[in-house]
Ligand binder design. Structure first.
Ligand code: 6R9
Length: 646
């Protein structure tokens, strides 16, 4: 995968047309739709009407570069749009969430059920003093209460900050502090491959000496004993008892904050990406319906965790605003057997599956006998997100999961974009394996050179967004300057994605990957600076430099070069200890695959670590220009030793 492979990508000539019968029934089948999207304000003005507003907007967009306000003057509520408005007709008793736990426990919540539980929990939050604008951190497994907590926050206008349950106590603490959360919602633990991950224990560690958090609400999931701090900690099942099911949805300005979601950037400090109610909801609702071709009878499964943006936009807000039936699974794909996903699809007759290339490559490795052993004929559409999908994985997904009858929507987007930005519209767009095809209607994407000038078809460069789009981030929480610097300062007037891409003669886009210091491990963004910070925090480490290297299954893996302090004895235990230290500081998702201990790191004469050369070494390829190095012997030593290990 990646770089070397993706170089030749545009030579991929296979073209797949929407299957017979698909286009004629597709929700969006107007071949003019991309053309109509060129009048962006008119297009998004029209799409705004798909939501229920308490008060309609006056102006669709106010653009004061780089700050946008969408649907100005309008008021609405995200939870109302996901729940209340479905209760009038036949959807009321339709399944909103079908849940299956790792141990096989099952729950179905209809729209009426979900409405009731959300309203009750919203009242609980209110009774604990949570008011409009107060932040609530959610650190939960993939269980219905995670969705309930998110929607309860949205209902009362308290922005939620979901922190992925795989993050460590320290990472959680940083995020709680940055958001100054008033309440934390968590569970005793979560099930993973038959083990219990002790979430409450991490919360206890994270909250040591943290004063902003007044209450911790704990869902009982695994049942193992946990410490409950008096006054602060409450059991969910106790506080929810006898609470009123009536909780009016708070009218929110379109520009009010819906949530903060932390993501990795080029510095060690994670960025709190802020999304607002109006634009975000219009963006995710429109894209969800058209990209996934969602119909009333579909069973839609997005495998992403709610701790990531994909979980927010395409497990919660997009599908529920469209009144879809969402399937939610708590556990691992290989527990108890490697056909768990296929068993689920067979059991629930899932019709739409949205997952990540890293998962697909894992399934490929396990072999096709697992999917072939199950009836997957209910599937009619497949999706991919998180990183570039290599044509080989695309073809496998198409053949063995989709039975050569399901279009694949390869969707390119980011935490910051909030909504899918480049994608096929499945009833219209012919597919090319490995390409996310073309921008969604109403979205204006370009590839520019280092001067910011758009490059002609057939060439590559930096991926930028030329015009504001409704689900765009509003800012970085508490740091407008960082928002401007990170996204709007590289090229005049446009949003810089951090990605590199090419477009071919047909105008199809081929995303290559990040050009900044972000490593994409299994579709999860990890900042090199964060991992380096964690390594340097270890008492034996003097300096550290991390790069991403190509990995067959994960897309990329973390490769760390570490120099030790004077007098430290080198040994294999130390490497394990350093890896464990990264897990402790950030979480297992950031664990380096390789750590190479070295006396020195290669630096320029001005003392900058030359990551570009380290990357060449990690990839096992020829080194680029070494002329600016202070001491070329350092890099030659590294190259020789690492090549020898391979
Ligand atoms: C939704 C999500 C964003 C980064 C993005 C890019 C990579 C995501 C992709 C893709 C190629 C796709 N990325 N989808 N690259 N093709 N279909 O993943 O958000 O976690 O913020 O990551 O992921 O590099 O810049 P996020």
């Amino acid at each position: 995968m990646k770089e070397k492979h993706r170089e030749g990508l545009m030579e991929e000539k296979r073209l797949f047309f929407p299957p017979t019968g698909f286009s004629s029934k597709a929700v969006m089948r107007n071949p003019e739709i991309h053309e109509l999207g060129r009048d962006r304000t008119k297009f998004w003005d029209e799409q705004g009407k798909r939501l229920d507003w308490f008060k309609p907007w006056d102006t669709v967009l106010e653009w004061s570069h780089p700050f946008a306000k969408w649907y100005v003057g309008g008021t609405l509520n995200a939870a109302y749009n996901c729940l209340d408005r479905h209760l009038e007709g036949a959807r009321r008793n339709k399944a909103a969430l079908i849940f299956e736990g790792e141990l096989g426990d099952r729950r179905v919540l209809t729209y009426q059920d979900l409405y009731r539980e959300v309203s009750q929990f919203a009242n609980v939050l209110k009774s604990f003093g949570v008011e409009k604008g107060d932040r609530v951190t959610i650190y939960m497994p993939m269980i219905p209460e995670a969705v309930i907590a998110m929607l309860a926050c949205a209902r009362i206008g308290a922005p939620h900050c979901v922190v992925f349950g795989g993050f460590s106590a320290e990472a959680l603490r940083d995020r709680v502090l940055d958001a100054q959360a008033k309440v934390v919602v968590t569970s005793d633990g979560s099930f993973r491959r038959g083990n219990i991950i002790p979430l409450k224990e991490s919360v206890d560690q994270a909250l040591k000496n943290v004063t902003c958090v007044k209450k911790v609400i704990v869902v009982q999931r695994t049942g193992q004993p946990v410490d409950m701090q008096e006054e602060r900690d409450m059991w969910y099942h106790e506080v929810i008892k006898n609470v009123s099911i009536v909780c009016p949805a708070e009218p929110m300005d379109a520009d009010d904050m819906l949530f903060i979601l932390y993501t990795s950037g080029t510095t060690g400090k994670p960025k709190g990406v802020v999304h607002t109610v109006g634009g975000y909801m219009v963006g995710v609702s429109t894209t969800h319906e058209w990209v996934f071709d969602v119909k009333e009878e579909d069973v839609y499964w997005c495998t992403a965790d709610v701790g990531w943006i994909t979980g927010h936009s395409y497990l919660v807000y997009g599908p529920l605003s469209n009144g879809a039936t969402v399937f939610m699974y708590e556990g691992a794909p290989d527990y108890p057997e490697k056909d768990r996903y296929w068993e689920i699809i067979e059991r629930y007759k899932v019709t739409i599956l949205y997952t990540a290339p890293t998962a697909i490559r894992t399934f490929m490795k396990w072999g096709e006998s697992y999917p072939l052993g199950r009836d997957l004929s209910s599937l009619r559409l497949l999706g991919s997100v998180g990183e570039p999908i290599n044509p080989e994985a695309w073809m496998w997904y198409y053949k063995y999961i989709g039975g050569e009858r399901c279009p694949i929507v390869d969707t390119w987007w980011q935490t910051e974009t909030g909504m899918i930005m480049m994608t096929p519209v499945p009833g219209i767009t012919p597919l090319k394996p490995g390409s996310c095809t073309i921008p969604f209607p109403g979205v204006h994407i370009e590839i520019v050179d280092h001067m910011g000038t758009p490059v002609p078809k057939g060439e590559g460069g930096y991926l930028v967004v030329r015009e504001p789009w409704p689900a765009m981030l509003k800012t970085v929480y508490g740091d407008d300057k960082r928002y401007e610097d990170t996204y709007w300062s590289q090229f005049t007037g446009v949003y810089f994605t951090g990605d590199e891409a090419k477009w071919d003669e047909d105008g199809y886009f081929w995303v290559i990957g990040r050009v900044d210091d972000v490593i994409n491990v299994s579709g999860h963004r990890i900042g090199t600076a964060e991992v380096e910070g964690a390594l340097v925090d270890h008492p034996s480490v003097a300096e550290a430099a991390c790069v991403g290297r190509t990995h067959e299954v994960k897309g990329q893996a973390v490769f760390a070069f570490v120099s030790l302090k004077e007098g430290i004895v080198i040994g294999d235990e130390l490497i394990d200890e350093l890896k464990a230290h990264v897990v402790l500081k950030i979480g297992s998702l950031a664990r380096p695959d390789d750590i190479f201990l070295t006396a020195e790191l290669p630096k320029t004469r001005s003392g900058k670590i030359m990551r570009r050369l380290l990357k060449d070494i990690a990839e096992g390829r020829a080194m680029g220009d070494t002329s600016t190095l202070a001491d070329v012997a350092v890099i030659n030593f590294l190259k020789k030793n690492i090549d020898a290990q391979k």
